[in-house]
Design a protein around this ligand. Structure first.
Ligand code: PLP
Length: 485
């Protein structure tokens, strides 16, 4: 975006005497704010809020909203994040008053429709993943991982030994080791074979009864389907281990193949990735966990069950790991996901996965020869390039920053860690070909600039208010409070 005026803070726009409303003169006695509140008033003086007119405030927020890059604005090619377009019908459905007006402590008898929504969604997620049971409580993918690892721990404990180690391949998302560690396990990194998949012989040699589980992302973060997945499951199960599938990349598989059928025991599903709910900017999300029947007794309470024609919350579960979220999870996010699943239908979901893979392979074919591939095997819904061979020392970071000038959100960069200078692109099925071509043209132009005018790329972005930020300081010592003067 190319606005040249940077929007000021409301405090900086302050203009003493301006008012947001004009009201007729009082015809009742005036009572001061602090008097009306009495001892509840925290101060005698009103806070020094900025004084502004209505139009000042409306323009301020409208301008700010236009600074955001969103999937409603253009391609958002963040690999592994599945930034697909979120259909507006999801928003319409979750705003129905009968759903949005519910109170979480309302009696079950008066919320049968809401319970049916949850029960139906649990069933749909089990059908899509090939699992037997599901909890909708976890608030995100990482929270789902932690929940799933707790299920595995509780299962092993119920058999007398929680075990010690969780194996995680070097291509894994950083949340995997964090979740396993949080669940009390030692994390052991497992090297991928030359083909980007698990080395079955090495796994066989390593597997022992101290290993609680393996955590595998399928397809993995290189976009590669784990071709040895059945063998991996057999090796783990032969020694009583469990297979955790990180289902963040389920968008490549819907209606085509199911983790439950491979032998996986438990997985999480990112509704904000695969099932078109907003990614939230830290807001409410949902990362349901689906599992096989042997893990069901440990699921968080309450579980939504159907008894005859009635739906109910089941709290009577002696082996439960407890609650992982207040109430029942982020209900209106669940409604959005079910709206998506119901509007797509079986065929629609399958088609979405097919097109997601097709679009990624279209970009791969178009960009090959312009950027170097990070890994040269067949890939599914995402493709990883890298900055190898870029002229004049231009790096992945430079390319990402320059893409901002061309009006794109940059792809995921420097992940997965096993590809040096990775540029990871996931267009998703909702991108039209014209938008992907626009992106290809931008990358092509940047590669030409890297050769002919490298400073243009190295000093990018030129059209953004902020140039190169000190990213470490921004993360470690953020200034979150505005102070006058
Ligand atoms: C996104 C992602 C996660 C974590 O999901 P959040 O909802 O962001 O917590 C885990 N693993 C992979 C492979 C992912 O892409």
């Amino acid at each position: 975006m190319s606005q040249k005026i940077e929007e000021k803070l409301l405090f900086e726009l302050d203009s003493p005497g301006r008012r947001g409303a004009s009201l007729p003169d009082l015809d009742v006695p005036e009572v001061s704010f602090s008097k009306a509140l009495g001892s509840l008033a925290r101060s005698q003086e009103p806070e020094a809020l900025p004084e502004l007119s209505e139009v000042d405030v409306v323009r301020h927020f409208t301008r700010l909203s236009a600074y955001n890059y969103s999937v409603d604005f253009g391609l958002y090619p963040l690999g592994s994040c599945t930034m697909k377009y979120n259909p507006k019908i999801n928003e319409a459905v979750c705003r129905y008053e009968g759903l949005s007006g519910l109170h979480p402590l309302q009696d079950e008898a008066t919320a049968q429709g809401a319970l049916e929504v949850m029960h139906t969604l649990q069933g749909a997620l089990c059908a899509i993943s090939g699992m037997d049971a599901c909890t909708l409580q976890p608030a995100a993918g990482a929270h789902g991982e932690f929940t799933g690892m707790q299920l595995i721990r509780a299962y092993h404990e119920s058999r007398g030994n929680p075990r010690k180690v969780v194996l995680i391949p070097d291509s894994a998302h950083g949340t995997n080791p964090a979740s396993a560690h949080f669940a009390g396990y030692a994390v052991e990194e497992f090297k991928s074979g030359a083909d980007g998949c698990v080395d079955v012989e090495a796994l066989k040699a390593r597997m022992s009864e101290e290993v609680a589980a393996i955590m595998l992302t399928v397809p993995n973060t290189l976009g590669i389907f784990e071709k040895n997945i059945k063998a991996v499951c057999e090796i783990l199960h032969a020694k009583g281990g469990q297979v955790y599938v990180d289902g963040a990349n389920l968008n490549a598989l819907m209606g085509i193949t199911r983790p439950g059928d491979w032998g996986a025991d438990v997985m999480h599903i990112n509704l904000h990735k695969t099932f078109s709910t907003p990614h939230g900017g830290g807001g409410p999300g949902a990362g349901p966990v689906a599992c096989k029947a042997h893990l069901e007794p440990f699921l968080p309470v309450p579980v939504v069950v159907k008894k005859g024609e009635r739906y109910a919350f089941d709290y009577q579960r002696p082996l439960t790991i407890g609650k992982v979220h207040c109430f029942y999870g982020n209900f209106l996010v669940l409604v959005r996901a079910l709206a998506y699943i119901e509007t797509m239908g079986n065929e629609g979901l399958k088609r979405a996965s097919e097109l997601a893979v097709l679009n990624a392979n279209y970009l791969r074919a178009k960009l090959k020869g312009k950027l170097e591939l990070g890994f040269d095997g067949p890939t599914l819904h995402e493709v990883v390039f890298c900055d190898k061979g870029m002229p004049n020392g231009v790096t992945t970071m430079d390319i990402a920053k320059r893409l901002i000038d061309y009006g794109f959100h940059p792809p995921t960069v420097y992940f997965p860690l096993i590809v040096h200078g990775a540029i990871m692109i996931e267009p998703t099925e909702t991108e039209p070909r014209e938008e992907m071509d626009r992106f290809v043209n931008a990358v092509e132009a940047i590669v030409a600039e890297a050769r002919d005018n490298p400073d243009m790329v190295k000093k990018a972005p030129h059209n953004a208010f902020r140039k190169r930020l000190d990213e470490v300081a921004a993360a470690r010592t953020p200034r979150l409070v505005w102070r006058k003067g």
